[in-house]
Ligand binder design. Structure first.
Ligand SMILES: Nc1nc2c(c(=O)[nH]1)N[C@H]1C(S)=C(S)[C@@H](COP(=O)(O)O)O[C@H]1N2
Ligand SMILES: [Mo]
Length: 404
């Protein structure tokens, strides 16, 4: 059964087109819808294999968001059992013994395929890289900016950093005779066709330019020293550093390499900015992610008054390393520099901490604001777009201070 989601991007895109055809400007009522665990389904979710205990995850239909408090006292990497899952349909169960990666297209002189064993036998690289969904933070358009956007209502847990091991995509492309005039590379997943609002968009796929493919992309077969878990792309997925998560195609089965530009619904209809601030055909396809930060605290954390609390968080940017993170306890009137600690890998993230000694009980809002090495800093407000992509504004984290 194809999975249909009335709030999904495809449905909204069609509705948007119909509305603009009719000249109407009214908004669809598609605001964030809670994000509480669905009761009565055990620990799983439709299409996801691994358990999703409610203390670690917030479920969103075929997706599961990491709870940030689950990262307190956890090291630099997100363990595989708590890494967020974003899947358009469901996790396919693939037998690595019969799986093959097919390389084909006009941009290859010697198209060929690789078995799992052949890939594992090639020289490997190991990289710490964040994967973050373009929709991470989407629900905050509604809660912070009073804007209704369509799509999965992620809070800030649509991100994770893992240590990925695999083969540089460049090596595999070279072995298939990449031609000098090749321009685009399109990996395609082996998960079921994405069907939404009665339209079959085919298998999840999205082209990346050859220049990016040769730069730092890997065909990963290990995640945190384990074979890739089924939900994260077993046996092999792409890991595309610094780009939106969609580019990191899971369960890759074939890669088309072309001497002419390639398209798919994922770079024409979805994963572009649409809306008032953008041209009618949308922005260019989304690539690099912006700068963001968050606290490793429960949403609506409870902290005791009259005590010093050590608050932790993380910050990340597709532009490179984090230069600094500031925190405000008084709604942005004053800002305090945090201390950065631990590894600071550009395409991954940076941990930070700061102390806070709250005196007054009651509701508080904590703000964190990161700056990256290019000088990009989180704004107080993100320019809206219809699908709620790339929310990069300072997050208003609700906290209640209670008597000890
Ligand atoms: N084949 C396939 N690859 C995919 C997807 C998918 O649905 N199918 N989802 C993409 C999106 S939108 C994101 S954000 C990341 C999520 O990776 P994760 O589930 O390992 O966290 O995978 C990407 N790769
Ligand atoms: Mo995504």
């Amino acid at each position: 059964m194809p999975y249909e989601n009335p709030k999904d991007e495809a449905g909204h895109r069609r509705a948007r087109t119909e509305r603009s055809a009719g000249g109407g400007r009214e908004r669809l009522r598609l605001a964030a819808v809670g994000g509480e665990p669905i009761s009565g389904e055990g620990d799983g979710a439709p299409g996801i294999v691994k358990p999703l205990p409610p203390e670690l995850f917030i479920r969103h239909e075929t997706n599961a968001e990491m709870r940030w408090e689950a990262m307190r006292d956890v090291g630099y990497h997100v363990p595989n059992d708590r890494f967020f899952v974003r899947s358009h349909t469901s996790t396919p169960i693939i037998d690595a013994a019969t799986w093959r990666l097919e390389l084909h297209g006009t941009g290859l002189r010697t198209p060929r395929s690789f078995s799992y064993e052949e890939l594992l036998a090639l020289p490997s690289v190991t990289l710490d890289v964040a994967i973050e969904c373009a929709g991470n933070g989407r629900s905050l358009f509604a809660t912070q900016q009073d804007q209704e956007v369509s799509g999965t209502p992620w809070r800030m847990g649509g991100i994770g950093v893992a240590r990925w091991r695999g083969v540089p995509l460049a090596m595999v492309l070279e072995r298939a005779g990449l031609t000098p005039d090749a321009v685009d590379v399109m990996p395609r997943g082996l998960d079921p066709d994405y069907v939404a609002d009665g339209v079959d968009y085919g298998r999840v796929r999205r082209p990346i330019p050859v220049s990016k493919a040769l730069k730092d992309v890997i065909l990963a077969y290990e995640m945190n020293d384990q074979p890739l878990p089924p939900d994260h792309g077993y046996p092999v997925r792409l890991v595309v550093p610094s780009w939106i998560g969609l580019a990191s195609i899971k369960w890759v089965g074939d890669i088309e390499v072309s001497t002419s530009p390639l398209t798919s619904p994922w770079n024409t209809e979805f994963y572009r900015m649409f809306g008032e601030a953008y041209p009618p055909e949308g922005s260019a396809p989304l690539t690099v992610r912006g700068v963001r930060s968050t606290f490793e605290l429960p949403w609506e954390a409870r902290l005791t008054a009259g005590r010093t609390h050590l608050l932790y968080g993380r910050a990340w940017s597709g532009n490179g390393r984090i230069a600094g993170v500031e925190v405000s306890f008084d709604d942005g009137v004053t800002w305090h520099r945090t201390q950065l600690h631990g590894p600071q890998v550009g395409p991954a993230w940076t941990r930070w901490h700061i102390t806070w000694h709250p005196q007054q009980t009651g509701p508080h809002t904590l703000l964190s604001r990161a700056t990256d090495e290019t000088g990009a800093v989180q704004p107080m407000r993100t320019t809206p777009n219809d699908y709620g992509y790339l929310f990069d504004a300072v997050v208003r984290h609700p906290v209640t201070v209670v008597n000890g």
